[in-house]
Design a protein around this ligand. Structure first.
Ligand SMILES: [Zn+2]
Length: 113
């Protein structure tokens, strides 16, 4: 029987396999063995709405009206965003927009310009 690795989050030994995923019943963490520590640092690929790979410094266009968090302004569809920076997380684009300042966007709502 294969020994499953401990949970990377809480070190629980009670991990189990669920399809391609490993699941920790104690903290609820799910992860896949392939993306684990074995292959070293994995470059995260962030793609725009059309599936084009984005890179730091790219210019993108917003493809839908987006509400700006913490304000009543709306980032209009078609707004150009220059010099994006890719980051980890739910909102994976860090950028500065004229008139809005620094903000974060989701890559699924932009298109490479
Ligand atoms: Zn855990």
């Amino acid at each position: 029987m294969n020994k499953l690795p401990n949970c990377p989050q809480c070190s629980s030994v009670y991990t189990y396999e669920d399809g391609a995923l490993l699941v920790c019943p104690e903290c609820g963490h799910e992860w896949s063995l392939d993306a684990g520590s074995a292959g070293g640092e994995e470059e995260k690929v962030i793609k725009d709405a059309n599936g084009n790979v984005l890179a730091d410094g790219d210019t993108v266009t917003v493809i839908k009206d987006l509400k700006v968090k913490g304000s009543s302004s709306v980032l209009k569809i078609g707004t150009k965003v220059k010099n994006i920076r890719l980051v980890e997380g739910d909102h994976d684009i860090d950028c500065k927009i004229d008139g809005f300042g620094a903000m974060k966007l989701k890559s699924e709502f932009v298109r490479k310009a």
